[in-house]
Design a protein around this ligand. Structure first.
Ligand code: SAM
Length: 251
């Protein structure tokens, strides 16, 4: 469909053409001629405002933050004007249910995303749980978790997968980098592997002194596992700024 809008400025009248059409990920709008300085536009219809909003939407990359209940990365991406969605089988704790897809991630991976950042469960894969590996191998739990992790590696869009030190370094491949919270403003240690596809390595943003192992020292609590697996804010900010902005510029 083609819509024509008349925009006037002090000196003359100009015509601005918008074309709209639908795509798999939503409505798309393209501006063919936009010689009119927006500040000079005096009269615009309600349709024009809608079209403008849609054209901004087109430029906005769509990002899926997989297995993220905290919404830590999603919120940081949104602050940069990126259309990011968290997905988790759990309800979100980040306070933005409007950006949260509470469901199994797998069907969403068949949709078109500009980038996928994944934080798959590590319980059956991390070396810290090695004493239970035998049981998890015999009942198929470990294989299920391996396949879940590997599903993200088959995506064609840029992606990153985060997981602690574990068996995926041998089953899949060595991570592209291992980061620590103390490189991103948190005085704590927690070796975190990142496997990357079409994304640069994350650059440390704030190296601090502390080297505490706070996450392991947390007292028993029903929410302990959930609290331990939340992405550190400094790391979330670095991911959003370094990868999100890169994507935004590429659009
Ligand atoms: C290691 S935690 C990652 C938490 C994340 N770093 C955060 O800040 O929220 C793994 C998460 O994957 C979620 N999860 C497990 N299976 C899932 C599935 N099939 N689809 C979506 N999320 C899933 C869990 O509920 C859990 O919150």
């Amino acid at each position: 469909m083609i819509m024509i809008f008349l925009a006037k400025n002090q000196l003359n009248s100009r015509i601005v053409l918008f074309r709209t059409g639908s795509s798999r990920c939503g409505i798309r709008t393209r501006i063919f001629t936009s010689t009119v300085d927006t500040s000079a536009i005096l009269t615009l219809s309600a349709h024009h405002q809608t079209a403008t909003a849609l054209s901004q939407r087109r430029k906005m990359p769509k990002v899926l933050v997989a297995c993220e209940e905290s919404q830590a990365v999603t919120i940081e991406l949104r602050k940069l004007g990126i259309e990011a969605y968290s997905c988790d089988i759990l309800p979100c704790s980040g306070g933005h249910p409007e950006w949260h897809l509470q469901q199994d991630i797998i069907p969403l991976l068949d949709e078109k995303w500009d980038m996928v950042l994944a934080f798959p469960p590590c319980t059956d894969l991390a070396v810290s749980g090695a004493k239970w590996f035998k049981d998890k191998q015999s009942d198929g739990r470990q294989q299920k978790s391996i396949e879940f992790f590997l599903r993200f590696t088959r995506l064609s869009s840029p992606w990153a997968i985060e997981n602690p030190i574990g068996i995926m370094s041998t089953i899949y491949r060595k991570p592209d980098q291992i980061i620590q919270p103390w490189q991103y403003g948190h005085g704590e240690t927690k070796k975190t592997c990142l496997w990357l596809h079409d994304l640069p390595r994350l650059i440390p943003t704030e190296i601090v002194e502390g080297r505490e192992q706070r996450v392991w020292k947390m007292p028993p609590h029903p929410e302990r596992a959930k609290m331990r697996s939340k992405t550190f804010l400094g790391i979330a900010k670095a991911m959003a700024l370094q990868w999100g902005l890169l994507l935004k510029e590429a659009k």
